[in-house]
Design a protein. Structure first.
Lengths: 175, 387
């Protein structure tokens, strides 16, 4: 019944990149009239991430993420991964943005402690949801893989909300 | 950004007092003997050990044979729970603890549960106080031990320990208290407070790490945790760490002399800090307003998360914590803050500031100067603004 051991716990907890990104986060705040908003995470678990995107077109006429901002309630890793994903996708086409993985976020941050990996997943989820929201709002055809990713995110959200129902009913945490 | 370092995490651990270090030094070198050896080297170590025992015993009105030196408060707490549980199985299998114990009590109790013991966790009120009535109700015919933390390591609330001791005494149930945070800082009299077992630690009171005690009243039936060569009255095998024990005793001695003055100074700083910090919008005090340790302040801030706050303060050279140092790797909010009725999102935003012997008003003022802007910045990053 011994738990799986994590060698990362024997090294420094956060890398220099994580700490400096956390100290000077980029692209935080709200975008008024955003084209898409992704809201993920759960305040009961201690991480809430909101991503706002503004969509434009490049010279080839492809849709790109023209602007992106985040608002995050959470730990050092949650704020660092939020900032990193905005850097990674700003100016990229939506297609490229959807191809970014959690490993790329972790790599840009010089690594993350294993128990904080979920923060990088949260950042990917927030982006997925923002793009999904943009597609829905503009009545665009949603690719199958995006629909699937959206459903998975929503399902895990429901599971968590059910688990913490009694806490979430409190009025103080309404936006 | 400033380079100066401000330590405000004295509840996690304290630096060694120079006087303590000086007292310890001979026992690393010339007086290195094993206290169990018969020759003169051993005798000198034995004398140092027993002198230390007397200082520690006197400080809580215990007898010499009732003080068992251990290597950590965690060990003492494991020893108390497991030792009582297994030695008194014939009498019963029920143990009562509070919902705001240190993880080493909770985890030990959880392990005992797997061995067939029954554990009841009694609740606390919004200040973190155990209600004697709840204790009465939890006691059954099978109850063999009650273990309640003397003062909370997270929120600093001090329990009405003498009242709890009286109840256990009336019922003929052993009473253990984890006094890791309170020992030295507030007076303890194990006889007057009717305490049967008590855990105290050296490194919380400017002594070295690696020394602690379990006080066990002389007629208490307990099994050893570490079986071995007969040290500590046969109750704790291991070569005694004499330098650490000597340092521990020196630290106790200093506190005995200086407690009054030191507490007066620290309480003044604490109350000043609390008053000023609560003037920040969306800041709330955790724990009892007055019935609290002289040195622990715990607050929560709406709309932000504690780890981020701790790390932002660290950039300014200020060391605080979110709760207990042991929980910094856990993702769940503090069980203590949940037990006093905070919602998880509130508990996530908590900050523990603990003052100590070398904390100055200047340091507190520096914290108060940078804290509002850090709170503001984190709320700017957060989707939850505090209006």
């Amino acid at each position: 019944m011994s738990k799986k051991r994590d060698d990362n716990l024997y090294r420094g907890f956060y890398t220099k990149e994580v700490l400096s990104t956390f100290q000077h986060p980029r692209n935080y705040g709200r975008i008024k009239n955003a084209d898409g908003i992704g809201r993920v995470g759960n305040i009961v678990c201690g991480d809430v991430m909101w991503l706002y995107i503004k969509v434009g077109r490049n010279k080839k006429g492809e849709e790109i993420i023209k602007d992106i901002k985040f608002e995050t309630f959470g730990c050092v890793a949650a704020i660092a991964t939020s900032s990193t994903i905005t850097d990674l996708v700003k100016g990229k086409t939506i297609k490229e943005a959807l191809r970014i993985t959690k490993d790329e976020i972790i790599k840009s941050l010089g690594g993350l402690p294993k128990i904080k990996y979920h923060c990088s997943v949260l950042a990917i989820d927030a982006l997925t949801e923002a793009i999904y929201d943009y597609y829905v709002k503009n009545k665009k055809k949603i690719p199958l893989f995006l629909e699937k990713r959206h459903k998975t995110i929503q399902k895990s959200k429901e599971i968590i909300e059910e688990k913490y129902k009694k806490w979430l009913d409190s009025p103080e945490i309404k936006e | 950004m400033t380079k100066k370092k401000i330590y405000l995490d004295y509840a996690a651990t304290t630096p060694l007092d120079k006087r303590v270090l000086k007292a310890m030094m001979p026992y690393f070198g010339e007086d290195f003997g094993n206290s169990m050896s018969l020759h003169s080297f051993g005798q000198r170590a034995k004398i140092a050990l027993e002198n230390s025992r007397k200082i520690v015993a006197d400080s809580i009105n215990a007898k010499l044979s009732e003080i068992i030196f251990t290597a950590s408060a965690t060990e003492s707490n494991n020893f108390a729970l497991k030792g009582i549980a297994f030695a008194n199985r014939g009498k019963g299998n029920h143990i009562i603890i509070s919902s705001i114990e240190h993880p080493c009590i909770i985890e030990t109790a959880g392990w005992l549960e797997k061995q067939g013991f029954k554990i009841t966790k009694i609740k606390v009120d919004k200040y973190g106080l155990v209600k004697p009535k709840d204790l009465w109700q939890a006691i059954t015919e099978k109850t063999i031990l009650v273990s309640i933390i003397h003062a909370s390591n997270e929120i600093g609330t001090i329990q009405p320990i003498a009242k709890i001791g009286e109840i256990c005494h009336q019922k003929g149930i052993y009473f253990h208290t984890d006094a890791s945070q309170s020992f030295g800082k507030i007076p303890i009299d194990v006889r007057r407070m009717k305490i049967d077992l008590l855990t105290a630690s050296s490194h919380k009171i400017y002594g070295p790490k690696g020394a602690a005690i379990l006080f066990v009243r002389e007629d208490v039936k307990i099994d050893p945790l570490l079986h071995g060569g007969g040290q500590e009255g046969g109750l704790r095998g291991s070569t005694v760490n004499v330098p650490a024990v000597v340092g521990f005793a020196k630290a106790v001695e200093i506190y005995q002399k200086e407690r009054g003055k030191e507490n007066e100074r620290i309480i003044k700083l604490r109350d000043y800090l609390i008053k000023r910090i609560l003037s920040i919008k969306g800041a709330f005090l955790n724990g009892h307003p007055t019935q609290r340790l002289p040195n622990i302040v715990n607050v929560w801030f709406s709309g932000l998360e504690g780890e981020s706050l701790v790390m932002q303060l660290d950039f300014y050279g200020i060391a605080c914590s979110t709760g207990s140092a042991c929980s910094s790797l856990k993702l769940e909010p503090s069980h203590v803050l949940l037990a006093i009725g905070l919602k998880p999102q509130e508990a996530h935003g908590s900050l523990r500031i603990s003052l100590g012997r070398w904390t100055t008003k200047k340091e507190i003022d520096y914290l108060l100067k940078v804290l509002p802007s850090i709170v503001k910045k984190l709320r700017e990053v957060s989707p939850f603004k505090y209006e």
